[in-house]
Design a protein around this ligand. Structure first.
Ligand code: ADP
Ligand code: DP6
Ligand code: CO
Length: 331
């Protein structure tokens, strides 16, 4: 094997993924709904995979253990198996750095598993092309399938039981539309319940889960058309609807899954107030307390200044559409 280093940018869903369909084996990780995302500039994971005497995983310079390390090593096994090499997987040293908060609802699993998939495949000299690598990244984390491309990306739900048609593809490149996403940070620290466990609870207990799944294809089709037309108000309406529908499904789970804090709602209402004043921002939020606001480039700074003044807001980052991932191999 070789040593390889990959950089993958995170992505935020404009039409959300929440829920998995049954699969055998369960770790195929097949989403119950398709999703549509924007890959982000700057927020990224950088991961190296190199041969070593024993397996190890370091995240942000710290040795990782437990499930965090186990998930990474299981993923190396998957990539090795997909590569079809004879014999046992070589032992590897994996090091990753997240240039974004980990497990805080800012999609570290997306950039993390996309970078890991790319670095491991290159280290194992396996090059099946990005669509197949996207399907492989999905098995590490559903949202990771979308971080194989920059710009605007769609992940289809797929219909095949082996998941081979469940992979992302690019809709529009990074240069297509110079929008901005404001990341409005409220609470610090990791989320109370991870996405994987939260989705399972919603599927098992939320009475809104069925309607959530049944209505998502229509949102995807409408969002794709609004994106192609660069129609911000129409896309904004769809992304808010998808976000609130997902959170309603989460909140109606038993016990309830409530990722929002008081400041989350204060920011949402502030965005709506500002919109009435002509600052056109549209809110979305994931499995965490932070709010993301999609807006036009020429209104981003003004919106950021106004949202920094909302009590409970720690910081507002302004990010644009991000690039494709990159991979480098050394001997
Ligand atoms: P997030 O909102 O950050 O995506 P998730 O609960 O979906 O939160 O996933 C967080 C988990 O993803 C972490 O606990 C860890 O297991 C994994 N993860 C995060 N970053 C990386 C990385 N760079 N490399 C490998 N795994 C990672
Ligand atoms: C709310 O991709 O983190 O951010 O597949 O179990 O790893 P796993 O889940 P993950 O879920 C992301 C959920 C979301 C919405 C989205 O990104 O589409
Ligand atoms: Co995640």
């Amino acid at each position: 094997m070789k040593s390889a280093r990959a950089v993958a940018h995170t992505n935020i869903a404009l039409v959300k993924y929440w829920g998995k369909r049954e699969s055998s084996p369960a770790d195929l990780n097949l989403p119950a709904v398709g999703s549509l995302s924007l890959t982000l500039d700057r927020l990224r994971s950088e991961t190296t995979v190199a041969p070593a005497d024993q397996d190890s995983f370091h995240l942000n310079q710290e040795p990782a253990s437990g499930e965090v390390a186990a998930k990474v090593l299981r993923h190396l096994d998957r990539v090795w198996q997909a590569a079809g090499h004879a014999g046992a997987r070589p032992t590897c040293e994996v090091r990753s750095h997240n240039y974004l908060p980990t497990a805080a609802g800012l999609a570290s699993s997306a950039s993390g598993f996309a970078a890991l998939t790319l670095a491991a495949a290159a280290a194992f000299e396996y090059d099946p092309g990005r669509p197949a690598l996207s399907a492989l990244a999905r098995r590490g984390s559903g949202s990771a399938a979308r971080s194989l491309w920059g710009g605007f990306v769609r992940l289809d739900r797929g219909v095949l039981p082996d998941g081979s048609d469940c992979r992302a593809y690019p809709l529009q490149p990074q240069s297509f539309w110079d929008v901005r996403l404001l990341i409005v940070h409220t609470e610090k620290g990791p989320k109370a319940i991870g996405s994987t466990a939260g989705m399972q609870r919603s599927r098992d207990t939320s009475p809104y889960y069925g309607p959530w799944v049944d209505t998502s294809e229509a949102d995807l089709a409408a969002a794709e058309a609004a994106l192609a037309a660069r129609d911000l108000p129409v896309l904004g309406d769809i992304l808010e609807h998808s976000c609130f529908k997902m959170h309603a499904c989460m909140m109606a789970s038993r016990p309830p899954i409530v990722y929002w804090r008081g400041a989350t709602l204060d920011v949402i209402h502030a965005v709506w107030r500002l919109r009435a004043e002509g600052l056109r921002g549209y809110v979305t939020s994931d499995a965490g307390p932070h709010v993301k606001v999609l807006c036009a480039e020429d209104q981003a700074e003004e919106l950021a200044v106004r949202l920094r003044a909302v009590p409970g807001v720690h910081a507002v980052d302004v990010v644009g559409p991000g690039p494709d991932p990159t991979v480098e191999v050394s001997a």
